[in-house]
Design a protein around this ligand. Structure first.
Ligand SMILES: C[S@@+](CC[C@H](N)C(=O)[O-])C[C@H]1O[C@@H](n2cnc3c(N)ncnc32)[C@H](O)[C@@H]1O
Length: 331
């Protein structure tokens, strides 16, 4: 896809997120050949619109309309390209745990969680958060077609809301988590204020709910930071998995990460997971893994089939990029 088109698509995503400034910046970049050429000086993998805009803010770009950003960008070209080359998209979005926790609830515990692309490790803490779902099941018995369902820790300051279409059990219960660890090329230390500030900068400016949710999740993680080893998802997997307690069911989790692995490495990851005695929960872009095929039901809102929720490589749901809307697939 052309870089200009990626920024145009990003404007649509920013609109959905309610970030007027990112809509303006994305459309500005999309139609400015000189600014696009600057972005193209960074390695291909770093030319992601969300990362580009976050790097501008990280380096102090004024939060002003596109013509002001354009002047700033052209004046800070070298510093911008260097920083873009150093950074990764590391958004740590606990909302993806909504779908993931529904897959975890299907497993026998106790479980040992191993997340690849863990960022700050916030998604390693599903048992520390509260989940509140509105469930719509047109085929359910009369009084269950619309209902609320809650699971996780009801007293948690982190409450994750989601909408689920389709059948769910009457009760959702997470298995006990007795071990947790992550792998990341560049782990984010939740006790380091600068690292957490980078996580906040990765969120679009505008609505503050996501920043608040992130801050609350970080506060919880700080009380017992999950262990995250620096390494590659494929290369470090087997050694880390070997440290999980044998009495627990090992569960490898990947959310919003496999898109950053080149195609062949993605397949190598799938093979490496399958070589372990482990279950595998993924919430990844739907068309990313040819082993994970999700039939998309009719009538979904735009973007509502972005990701596939899969258990052991079998799709059990499709949802939006953040995990806030999920459609369970028929079994
Ligand atoms: C978009 S973040 C997703 C974080 C988290 N899984 C979530 O859903 O909130 C992707 C993470 O994957 C990491 N990453 C990218 N390529 C990787 C690789 N080959 N091995 C391990 N981690 C990787 C990045 O550093 C980043 O922290």
């Amino acid at each position: 896809m052309l870089l200009a088109d990626r920024f145009r698509d990003h404007a649509v995503a920013a609109e959905r997120e309610g970030s007027a400034l990112y809509v303006d910046w994305s459309l500005g970049l999309a139609s400015d050949a000189e600014a696009l050429r600057l972005v193209e000086r960074a390695p291909e993998a770093r030319r992601q619109p969300a990362l580009v805009l976050a790097v501008c803010r990280w380096l102090g770009a004024p939060l002003e309309p596109w013509p002001v950003l354009r002047d700033w960008l052209l004046a800070h070209g070298d510093a911008f390209v260097a920083e873009l080359g150093r950074r990764q998209t590391q958004v740590n979005d606990v909302r993806r745990l909504g779908p993931v926790s529904l897959a975890l609830a299907r497993l026998e515990g106790p479980i040992a969680l191993l997340e690849i692309g863990a960022s700050a490790g916030l998604c390693l803490l599903p048992d520390r958060f509260a989940f509140r779902a509105s469930v719509r099941d047109p085929d359910g018995p009369g009084d269950e077609r619309l209902r609320s369902l809650a699971w996780g820790d009801p007293d948690s300051p982190v409450a994750i809301d989601l909408h689920v279409d389709g059948p769910l059990p009457g009760r959702v219960e997470l298995p006990p988590v007795v071990w947790r660890a992550g792998i990341d090329l560049d782990p984010v230390d939740v006790t380091d204020p600068a690292a957490v500030s980078w996580l906040e900068t990765l969120l679009p400016p505008g609505p503050t709910e996501r920043v608040e949710l992130l801050r609350r999740a970080v506060a919880i993680a700080r009380s017992a930071p999950p262990r995250i080893v620096r390494g590659d998802a494929v290369d470090a997997l087997r050694d880390l998995a070997a440290g999980a307690p044998p009495e627990a069911q090992l569960v490898v989790v990947s959310t919003g990460t496999l898109v950053y692995l080149p195609g062949r490495r993605r397949q190598a990851f799938v093979d490496a997971v399958r070589a372990l005695d482990a279950r595998w929960v993924s919430y990844e872009r739907r068309d990313l893994l040819h082993d994970v095929v999700a039939e998309v039901p009719d009538g979904l809102a735009p973007g509502a089939d972005f990701a596939a929720l899969a258990l052991d490589g079998r799709a059990i749901g499709v949802g939006d990029a953040h995990g806030t809307r999920l459609r369970m697939l028929p079994v």
